[in-house]
Design a protein around this ligand. Structure first.
Ligand SMILES: [Zn+2]
Ligand SMILES: [Zn+2]
Length: 396
């Protein structure tokens, strides 16, 4: 395998290119190098087009994904290897999504048949064999507390995977002789369509409707799996959750999706993060917010209070004469950024509110009355105090 070229260089971009630039550059490359455009070309041209298209698609798949792009920008290929980089030999599921996303409805049927290629190796006038079957992906959710998100954790998620049937060893039938070549596609796994697309009049190859692209069908199917070769199995998968993830983020666990029938590649497991709301803390990105109510005497005399935090409660010193509405910033007590990328660690903001008593006993009332004419209690807000009274924040 030749030395890999920098993803930005592949797309003819500078580092720091915008999402629109990246999209535009890939669109251009895809239109130029898409294999459909080179069906009439020489073998050498086809091979070049295939390589260029593959290279551009891989670059785009990383640079168009903010998370992968961030890792690539920081760590280069090491940051996206395995987890990020698409293994293009495994078929086109995600490439199809990518192109459909990029070109929208314009491609319509032109690309729907694209999945039928047997990997790029098979490209070249429909002479390819059946494609490598890929198992379906599984999507599940995991619920996490703020504390678990702050520190990162490992979670067991329970999922139902389609696994090779033990009765027929995943073949779908007990006898190997009952696996026959599909009559619809003669074992090629794909059928030919003529289509008009952005690339002009092109021949595309669609997945064979009878065998689903496998090129084989099963006669005398196994009774346990009804010929599918797969049976559902409940399993528990360990998922490592990096610190700092947010509600709605999705982690990918390669190869923990459903198995593919009769061999092939397993799909992926997607784990979506569900944040469990915290009783006292609110979150905005890496920062957290909470409110603490003080008594009027504590606010006047100063005190030490306990405030909730991501690593357990903190002691907070309240200065004498603290105004209601004062916001104290606890530096570095927020969430870490995911994978350390970005601004490092967030902060915790504590808003101090002073509670004014509604009912007073006779003696309390007298004590307060004794203060009433004292010059110290006459309002004389400083500049900071006034700023405080005017400040509004959506987080409290
Ligand atoms: Zn077929
Ligand atoms: Zn079976």
């Amino acid at each position: 395998m030749a030395e890999k070229r920098d993803y930005y260089e592949v797309l003819g971009l500078q580092k720091g290119a915008s999402a629109d630039d990246i999209k535009g550059a890939y669109r251009k490359a895809a239109l130029k190098w898409h294999p459909d455009r080179w069906v009439e070309g020489t073998d050498a041209e086809k091979k070049t087009a295939e390589e260029k298209f593959k290279e551009a698609s891989e670059a785009y798949s990383v640079l168009s994904d903010p998370d992968k792009k961030a890792k690539y920008d920081q760590f280069g290929f090491a940051g996206v290897d395995g987890a990020g980089a698409q293994d293009w030999s495994q078929g086109f599921g995600s490439l199809n999504d990518l192109l459909n996303n990029l070109f929208g409805g314009a491609f319509g049927g032109g690309f729907s048949g694209f999945g039928g290629f047997g990997g790029f190796g098979g490209f070249g006038g429909g002479q390819s064999g059946p494609r490598t079957m890929r198992g379906k992906d599984i999507r599940t959710h995991v619920k996490l507390t703020f504390e678990e998100i702050a520190s990162g954790c490992e979670k067991q998620v329970s999922i139902e995977q389609q696994k090779p049937c033990p009765e027929c060893n995943g073949r779908g039938t007990r006898n190997a002789s009952d696996i026959k070549t599909c009559p619809t596609c003669n074992g090629k796994g794909q059928v030919q369509h003529m289509t008009n697309s952005l690339f002009g009049r092109t021949v595309t190859y669609g997945v064979c409707p009878q065998c689903g692209g496998e090129g084989k069908i099963v006669t005398n199917p196994c009774s346990k799996c009804k010929g599918k070769g797969l049976v559902p199995v409940r399993t528990s998968v360990k998922v490592r959750i990096p610190a700092g993830v947010e509600d709605g983020m999705q982690l990918t666990v390669r190869g923990e999706g459903h198995s593919a029938p009769r061999g092939g590649v397993a799909g992926d497991l997607f784990v979506v993060i569900d944040e469990i709301p915290h009783a006292e803390l609110k979150r905005d990105g890496v920062n957290v917010f909470c409110t603490k109510v003080l008594s009027i005497t504590d606010a006047m005399l100063g005190c030490e209070v306990e405030v909730p935090g991501l690593e357990g409660p903190y002691k907070l010193k309240v200065e004498p004469g603290t105004q209601s509405g004062t916001v104290v910033r606890l530096r570095g007590k927020g969430f870490p950024a995911v994978n350390g990328y970005g601004s490092g660690r967030g902060d915790e903001y504590v808003k101090l509110l002073v509670w004014i008593p509604r009912k007073l006993s006779r003696s309390e009332r007298q004590a307060v009355e004794a203060l009433a004419d004292s010059p110290s209690v006459k309002p004389d807000p400083s500049r900071e105090d006034r700023a405080l009274f005017e400040k509004e924040s959506k987080y409290f």
